[in-house]
Ligand binder design. Sequence first.
Ligand code: 2RA
Length: 329
Amino acid sequence: MKVAVVGATGLVGTVMLKVLEERNFPLTELIPVASEKSVGKEITFKGKKFPIVSMDTAISMKPDIALFSAGGNTSLEHAPRFKEAGATVIDNSSAWRMDPAIKLIVPEVNAHELSIDNKIIANPNCSTIQMVVVLKPLHDKYKIKRVVVSTYQSVTGTGVKAVEQLMNERKGIDGPKAYPYEIDLNVLPHIDIFTDNGYTKEEMKMVKETNKIMSDDSIKVTATTVRIPVMGGHSESVNIEFENDFDLAEVRSILEKAPGVIVVDDVANLKYPMPKDAHEKDEVFVGRIRRDESAPKALNLWIVADNLRKGAATNAVQIAEYLVQKELV
Ligand code: 2RA
């Protein structure tokens, strides 16, 4: 199994390599791909050195799977080229997510949709992934009418420049800016660009991607996505209104059994999910499970996950693992 990692030197690409190694993905050859300036440099994978190659060289090596995290424009240009060369592409950008011909996959929710014909597969937005992993088992049991979500997103979601801005500000050092304002000791209710309806693209991703992944356009979603000065992962306050009433103990039991979910909910002992604890983990952590006393059949949750892992790299690798297990590659 030849695996290319396109964007191998980026924040998510680096984590993809780490996750492939940690999960002992059954690859026989690794093909790290990055921009021309990185070609020739080496990365170490499982104690072995691999040269970073160009896009054209990687295509000529005919990978079986190509994990992309190199931005939408690069994916739009080169994913079809890898497909033509016989690879199955799993792309972490937003380029293909809303294309009706392209599957948008969170393995715990809709991996069953995949077939051997899917040669470009879209990895959803990080803040969507962690939410739908929790929504799915509850939707199956109680049928979700509406979701109101507010996010508290790590600067790592923006990239290296944002992390550097935060760290510089904390040291009182001036430097390159990823944001229009200071991020340290601040929050920005602004992720990605604003759209005509007053939402940001990040918020509309959560709305539209949730309906596509859950295969249910009847689920009403509204989102406010916020950037906070945190490293370890994204947090989300989620209010869910169901068609059918629920028993709180049963909700907790369903979540405790749900694939990819870890319940951390013991407020008497101050146990609840936090980004510091989710950092470098592959699961989605849920806590603060409580009935919304202001509305019938409504539930409040607090959901935390490492946005670079389950929110990006691990979800992509899990899709690749599914393809291998089901012999779809
Ligand atoms: C963010 N979800 O957090 C977006 C892209 N990673 O910035």
